[in-house]
Design a protein around this ligand. Structure first.
Ligand SMILES: [Zn+2]
Length: 194
């Protein structure tokens, strides 16, 4: 069998690999395992080091769906015991979605068998440019909400793949609270905070 990340042949899967993947369809070699760092950010799981940058690239741009397993297992563990009514993934730009043909966050949620609702949609650049400066700096202008899901009085759990500045999450929280959500928490796969 081969390592999911570096393709090196593995003789004996490590206990970490077995823990992470169970009876595995994918493996992580010792060398790659040692490069995984965790973040001190309580809302996130992994630290965005150069290894994790490559992992994210392999998943999002090379579209290696097997990587979803890696994040799905960690996500399931992270949300266990958390109190929420509704999971909402942070959407990517409509243009990006077309290019990538799949939504990484949604694929991980499906893999983790965590039910979710797509409530938010990123506003397109053209929609944004039609707005005035004031409207654009308004915190909720990054997203629009899709009307079919009622979030009133719901405890929301937002899921995203990478957090750097936190602006996206802040905007999503604002719009969901404006829509009547009771509370909004987030879990992010990877954080830029060490
Ligand atoms: Zn490896």
């Amino acid at each position: 069998m081969h390592c999911l990340f570096c393709d090196q042949i593995i003789q004996q899967p490590s206990s970490f690999t077995q823990f992470l993947f169970g009876i595995p369809s994918v493996y992580c070699c010792k060398k790659c395992e040692e490069q995984i760092e965790y973040t001190s950010d309580s809302h996130a799981i992994y630290f965005y080091n150069s290894f994790m940058q490559d992992v994210l690239h392999q998943f999002k741009f090379l579209k290696d769906i097997r990587v979803a397993d890696f994040f799905a297992k960690a996500l399931k563990k992270k949300v266990r015991g958390m109190e929420y009514d509704l999971i909402i993934p942070i959407p990517m730009h409509v243009e990006m979605e077309k290019k990538r043909t799949f939504s990484p966050v949604e694929v991980v949620l499906q893999q983790a068998k965590l039910p979710f609702q797509s409530v938010l949609e990123k506003t397109t650049m053209s929609q944004q440019s039609k707005k005035t400066y004031e409207q654009r700096i308004n915190s909720s202008s990054l997203f629009k909400s899709l009307p079919q899901v009622d979030v009133t009085q719901q405890k929301i759990l937002l899921i995203d793949d990478l957090i750097t500045t936190g602006t996206t999450i802040k905007h999503a929280k604002t719009i969901l609270l404006e829509l009547g959500a009771k509370s909004v928490e987030e879990v992010i796969f990877i954080s830029g905070k060490k």
